[in-house]
Design a protein around this ligand. Structure first.
Ligand code: ZN
Length: 320
């Protein structure tokens, strides 16, 4: 097996499965979960699942993302993923404001000005724009089928993307979901010119610390460690309490059943995030595919489910 980013064969793996929810979305008639491996590249510190969704499965998982059917199905497998939580995630204005703050920070820190035409690749309804970002035109390309908000123009085909000349092309919270991240970063190259500034934002959530080779094995041992399980239960109950402060319909029996079910599963079944980036692996992905890095930062962002760390990269085409 090779690293998806740097092609290194220096990979450590741990056995796991595709999660019940993802299985139900991509292959509803299959009774058994696909087996997969969680992989860690010792060369560039990129982590990923060996199982890659094909185009058809990717579409099944993301088409009408977080709509009513999505929520109902996910709640069957994930206790606590209620309609309310789904709505909060869909309309999390606080998280959106935080995302805009971080984009502005990267733009300002690097003196990027006059962003007249901007494209949000995979931008759903186009809610990540702010006034200065695409002051003349704001475009969104997305496969989810969502309707764009006022002032944002929807582009539905790759051919149509090429019809415009962009000062700024961004991809927010997309690369952690992509089956083939390298093909997409290569494709983005065709949509920009030598002055286009690119921006990628992903969660900074690599489950393996860079350079710590034994961490994977330690994690595997933790699954059978009673102290870790007590901590996990404690963390889980805290999360649930946090979730149910908003709507107290707490069902202890269902919660306990869900907990013991997840307890029996292997480490980190594959959910929607199939790629985990670090600063180093992000840098490698950018530089190995025809671009040069302007800046990469890690910043905290607040949202309905708490504060998360995000990785933001600003880059442009390599000058020849
Ligand atoms: Zn690698």
């Amino acid at each position: 097996m090779k690293c998806l980013i740097c092609n290194s064969e220096n990979i450590e793996t741990i056995d796991t499965i595709v999660s019940d929810f993802v299985m139900a979305r991509i292959a509803p008639t299959n009774k058994t979960n696909y087996k997969t491996k969680l992989c860690f590249c010792n060369q560039c510190s990129f982590a990923f699942y060996e199982y890659r969704l094909n185009k058809d499965e990717e579409k099944k998982l993301y088409y009408h993302y977080r709509d009513e059917d999505y929520q109902k199905l996910r709640e069957q497998f994930e206790y606590g993923y209620t309609k309310e939580i789904n709505n909060l995630l869909n309309t999390d204005t606080f998280a959106l404001a935080e995302q805009k703050r971080v984009i502005k920070k990267l733009i300002n820190d690097n003196g990027i000005k006059n962003i007249e035409i901007a494209l949000d690749y995979g931008g759903n309804e186009g809610r990540s724009f702010f006034d200065e970002l695409g002051s003349k035109a704001k475009y969104v390309f997305d496969i989810s089928g969502a309707r764009t908000v006022d002032g944002v123009i929807n582009i539905s085909s790759c051919e149509d993307i090429k019809k415009h000349c962009y000062n700024f092309i961004m991809c927010n919270m997309l690369f952690e979901h992509l089956s083939d991240p390298v093909s997409i970063i290569k494709q983005l190259n065709k949509f920009g010119n030598k002055d286009t500034v690119y921006y990628i934002e992903v969660p900074s959530e690599n489950p393996f610390i860079k350079g710590n080779k034994s961490l994977l094995k330690k994690k595997a041992e933790l699954i059978n460690n009673p102290i870790y399980n007590i901590l996990r239960l404690y963390k889980y109950v805290l999360t649930l309490i946090y979730r149910y402060v908003r709507k107290p319909n707490f069902d202890f029996y269902k919660m306990a059943k869900y907990f013991f079910k997840t307890r029996k599963q292997p480490l980190m079944p594959m959910t929607e995030h199939i790629n985990f980036f670090t600063i180093e692996s992000m840098k490698q992905m950018i530089e190995l595919n025809g671009y040069e890095v302007i800046d990469i930062q890690e910043n905290p962002e607040k949202g309905v489910l708490g504060t998360t760390l995000v990785l933001s990269a600003l880059f442009k085409k390599k000058s020849s």
